[in-house]
Structure formats: C-alpha cells, structure tokens
Design a protein around this ligand. Structure first.
Ligand code: 9MR
Length: 603
C-alpha cells in the first residue's frame, strides 16, 4: 500500500470577493465518472474577505497518514510517496470570474452559481509548489437546471499573476451527472509553467456555456491535488549541470538573449532576479522581446513631434543592459504584423511620397534617440517583409507596401534613413524561414544582392532561426547563411530556438513528443551545437553579428502561447537553453561545445 503524505490546505479565512479571473479555451475531454450521492444545501456560512491564501508555512506542515486513497499519478516505481494537497471544504474558497457572486459553504461542499461563462470557484496553492504533472481531482455535483442548460465544466489551474495556466481540461455536458456526483480530473501538462516561484496558483472549476443560457449551481464536494513524484517530472534535466561558467566568454561575437520587461513579473528582466542572474552570467547582448516594436515606441502621430513616441520602457531596458555590460540589438523599426502596426500607420491616407516622409521621420526619431545611449549595436530595420510562398514575394498586403504606392521602396528608404541617423550602427534585414534555403531564401538573396549592388546601406541579414528539432537540415541552414556571407554581409542568428514539440514541426502530431526525456534533451543539445558550429564554419569572424536565443527559460517561450490551441492541451515545446526552473539544459552544453570547437554529440 502506498503511504500518502497529505498536505492540508489550512485556509485562514473565507473569501467572497469577486475576483477578475479569466477564462480559457480548451477542448480536451477529462475522464469523468458519475457516482450516486445527492447534493443538498442545508446550511450556509459566509465570512470576511481577508487574505484567503494559506501561508507557506501551512504547506510545510505536512502530516503523514496512511490513507488508502489512490494516487493516480504515482505511476513511478520509485519509493517516493505521492504528495497530496487536500482542500479544506469549509474555508479558503472564493468566487472566480467577472461577475461571480462568491461561494457558499454547505454541508455538502462549496457551492457557486453558474451565472455566466468563466464563473467558478477556486482555492489557492502557495507558490513554490511544483504543479507540473499534478492531477487535480474534484468531485462536483451539478444541479439539474445546470445539466439541462447544456453547460460544461472546466477544471483548471492558473497563476494569480496570470503568467501561466492549465486550460486543457474539459468536461462536456454529456459527461456531467444530473444532480449526481461527477469526478473531474485534470492533469497539469504544461511543463514547468505552474511551478510558480513568484505567484500563488488558484485551482478550481469554472462553467462554460452550452446551447442554452447557463443556470443552476455547482457544488464542489471535495478537491485534491496529487503532485507528481519528482522523478516523473518532465524536466528530467532540472538538475543538469552544463558546466558552462559563462557562455559569452566562449565567443568573440555577441551572445544574445531576448527578454521581456513590461510583461508579467515572471518575465520582467528588470525585476526577476532569477532571470537576471542567468542573463548577466551568460549573455553579452539583449533584444527586447516586445517593447522596441513600432506599436510600443511610436503609438501615435498626433503632434508630429517626439511627444508621439514612448521611450520610457525601452530606455530602462537599454540602461539595464548598459549597466550590466550588454549591448542591445534593437528590434524592430518595421514589422507588418497587424497588431504591431499603430492605427495611424494603418489609416495613413497621404500620397506615397508623404508616407515615405513618415518612414524617414519614424526611423530618424528612433535611431537618433537610441544612438544617444551609446549602447545599440544593431537594428532590425525591417522584419519579415517577404512571403512564404513559392516563389516568395514581398508582402504586397502589408500596409507599408501599400502606402508606399504598392512598392517595396519603404524597405530601402528605411535603411537609408537609419544610416543617415547613425553612421556606425549595424543595420539588418531580419526574417524567419530563410534558413530553409528554399524559395524564401532565394527572394531574400535577390533583395539583399540588389541592395548591395545599389549601395543601399544594409550591414547584414538576421536569420531568426525558429527551427524544429529535426528540420531544416544543417546543410540547408549552412547553405543559406553562406549565401549571405559570400555577399560580404554580416550574418546574425537573431531569434534562435529549437522547438521539440511544435505543431508545424517534424510531422506533428504523428511524431508528437509529449515527454522531454533525457534522450530528447540530448538530441536538442546536438541540434544547438550543430547550428552554432555551422554558423562558425560558414561565417567569417568579421561577419559574425552574433547568435541570440529567443528567450531565457522554457517557461517564457513564445511558442507555447502561440500554438496553444493546436497542442491538444500540451503546450510544451521546450525550445531554450534553460528549463522552467532556471536550471541548465543539455542545450546549453551543446551551444558551449560549438563555441569551444568540441565535436557535437548527443551524449
Ligand atoms: O516573442 C514575441 C512575443 O512575446 C510577442 O507577443 C510577439 C508579438 O509581438 O512577438 C514575438 O517575437 C517575434 C519577433 O518579434 C519577430 N519574429 C518572430 C517572434 C516570435 O513570434
């Protein structure tokens, strides 16, 4: 019989405050089974709304008991016992979701009204609890009117700062009992994203509408969370030591990292000390993941003066980099993506000449402003102006292209203005999928060759390099980079990440990789090594603009968010050098091996 350690959640008070929770998607069917006791509310109690979060010391008061309850997730054969968090059903819960009316405590459990989409009830789990691969089990009883409304239930977990969540669990109406008990289970699959070090996590259930308006009540009769034994964590390399004192010290070209700074606390480089420690130790350059894009920097054009620009966040970011002896690769002056184009640009109604004058003003103002910091190594002048078609072309539906008189002339105009503003800074054209050495690479080469021939002041090409574990081939990557290097241009790997599990990669989902096993981690190590080694092999030292990874830890990768709906509930790509607990991954060793000219291996 397995001995179970029970962690009592000792709630210190009740809370009935409306809390602005957020809903989420998710279409995964949870396993559920109907049981037979009837729920009836025979008493109610309410309390104050003081802090409902149990202190972390209450979590430490682990009591051992030899209950015989099963721990479904404890499939590991090791001797470690399952850790179970059992929620107190008489205190510590609160309503969740906009417009909730709180919870009522009854003899049967915690009751909430199924008023609207995303309304639910939650309790808090203190930060520091490793929820990765934990299984949430809730026994609920939905009233008959809820059942007939067609409503669905979604058990979930979400960090209080909303930096991470598990929305992949879903109990459709057909699996929910009619005034009978239903067991909802929800396995937290997001690797590391709920191993919160900075925020508590709320766990509970919310209602999702069906065909008819929601109605009725949900009684939560019990709630427990069975934590995964440490050995079954998908971060099987969380204690891996890459034995790399400082990545940047192994290279004579910039080693960069993209970071956030106005995002949630968990991804803010100005406040997250764990991330700072990694960045300052291993990197010599930073790129702002977001805040140096057009929509952030030049949101308005009302006055036609510098008052239309927003520099504060970027200035703080550049100043931090400078303080820590890191240069900045500034990203980006032009990017067509709809949500990155400010409204005034989209609505610009002047002539092409007037639009190109606006291009000049935009570029000159930004480049001049940051030149003053004396810490900008390079700019992505134009980002992603080419299509993925075969043959590839300029993005003719980009507002910049259209307003330039259906012409790509804004691109060279931007380079010219940037060079006029700063005589020394490196100027890049930046794009994705150009490392594939296919039609898009051909179009990029045509454009930059033309620029070279006409003395358009381009310094280099940024290969974003958002690659898969097994695609494209190193031969293709090498050939594409060599083409640019042979023109005498600089080559920068500007946004490197190696997605292990990605809907557009490696014949997904047939070859879906659901577990970050040691073997996969080592395959990724070799992949990182092969890419950096290829870079060194084909790009002469004087033309190396550097290698930048697109994010610090796996917990902060853009990939998990972007493709969430396509991951079948498994928003996991494990693409970076550090795991979600800020630990080294073998990928870091692979990167270092290439820098040290050590043969790339998956050993
Ligand atoms: O990683 C960035 C993500 O946080 C932003 O939400 C997104 C939109 O601004 O941009 C991501 O970065 C992109 C970069 O700017 C250009 N190349 C592709 C990157 C990943 O989408």
């Amino acid at each position: 019989m397995r001995v179970q350690k029970v962690i009592p959640i000792l709630a210190v008070s009740l809370a009935l405050t409306a809390c602005g929770g957020s809903g989420g998607g998710g279409s995964k069917t949870s396993s559920s089974k109907a049981m037979t006791s009837t729920s009836k509310a025979i008493s109610s109690s309410v309390g104050s709304d003081s802090n409902p979060i149990p202190s972390s010391s209450s979590q430490e008061s682990i009591s051992s008991s030899s209950t015989s309850s099963t721990a479904e997730t404890s499939s590991s054969s090791n001797s470690s016992s399952a850790m179970v968090i059992v929620a107190d059903m008489s205190s510590g819960w609160r309503g969740n979701g906009t417009g909730n009316t709180g919870v009522t405590y009854t003899i049967d459990g915690v009751v909430f009204d199924a008023l609207a989409d995303n309304i639910g009830a939650v309790f808090d789990v203190p930060k520091g609890t490793v929820l990765e691969k934990a299984v949430i089990e809730l026994i609920v009883n939905a009233s008959s009117d809820f059942k007939t409304s067609g409503g669905n239930l979604q058990p979930f977990a979400q960090a209080l700062d909303e930096s991470a969540a598990e929305w992949g669990c879903w109990a459709p109406n057909g699996t929910i009992g009619n005034a009978t008990d239903t067991t909802l289970t929800c396995k937290i699959l997001e690797e590391g994203r709920l191993n919160q070090s900075v925020a508590d996590t709320k766990v509970g259930v919310q209602v999702k509408p069906g065909a008819n308006p929601l109605a009725g009540t949900i009684t939560i009769k019990s709630a427990k969370i069975t934590l995964a034994p440490a050995s079954s964590s998908s971060s099987s390399y969380s204690s891996y030591n890459a034995n790399v004192a400082s990545l940047k010290d192994l290279a004579d070209f910039p080693i960069g990292v993209a970071v956030g700074n106005t995002d949630s606390p968990s991804t803010n480089i100005l406040t997250n000390t764990q991330e700072q420690a990694i960045v300052e130790k291993h990197f010599s350059q930073m790129t702002a993941g977001n805040i140096m894009k057009m929509s952030y920097m030049h949101p308005n054009n009302d006055t036609g003066t510098v008052a239309d620009y927003h520099f504060e966040d970027a200035d703080a970011f550049v100043a931090y980099a400078k303080l820590k002896n890191m240069s900045v690769h500034a990203h980006t002056l032009f990017w067509h993506a709809d949500y990155q184009v400010p409204t005034f640009m989209k609505n610009f109604a002047g002539t092409p000449e007037e639009f190109l004058a606006l291009v000049d003003t935009h570029v000159t103002t930004l480049v001049d402003h940051f030149e003053a910091s004396n810490n900008i190594a390079s700019w992505d002048v134009v980002n992603e102006a080419l299509t993925d078609d075969n043959p590839s072309n300029y993005r003719t539906n980009s507002p910049f292209y259209v307003k330039s008189g259906n012409s790509p002339v804004f691109i060279e105009r931007a380079f010219q203005a940037a060079r006029a503003a700063d005589a020394n800074v490196d100027l890049y054209y930046n794009d994705y999928n150009i490392e594939n050495n296919d039609a898009k690479t051909v179009k990029m080469m045509e454009m930059v060759t033309d620029f070279k021939n006409r003395n358009v002041p381009i310094t280099g090409v940024g290969f974003q390099m958002h690659v898969c574990l097994r695609w494209p081939s190193i031969a293709s990557i090498s050939a594409a980079m060599k083409g640019v290097a042979d023109l005498g241009l600089k080559v920068k790997i500007s946004e490197l990440d190696v997605a292990v599990n990605q809907p557009y990669c490696d014949n997904y989902p047939v070859n879906k990789i659901s577990e970050f096993t040691p073997a996969i981690a080592l395959e990724q190590k070799k992949r990182y090594c092969d890419i950096v080694a290829a870079y060194k092999a084909v790009v002469p030292p004087a033309q190396r603009g550097g290698v930048t990874v697109w994010g610090t830890t796996d917990a902060g990768t853009w990939l998990d968010g972007l493709y969430a709906s396509q991951y079948e509930g498994e928003k996991i790509s494990w693409p970076l050098l550090f795991d979600s607990r800020y630990g080294d991954k073998p990928a870091l060793r692979g990167f270092a091996d290439a820098l040290q000219d050590i043969t790339c291996t998956n050993l």
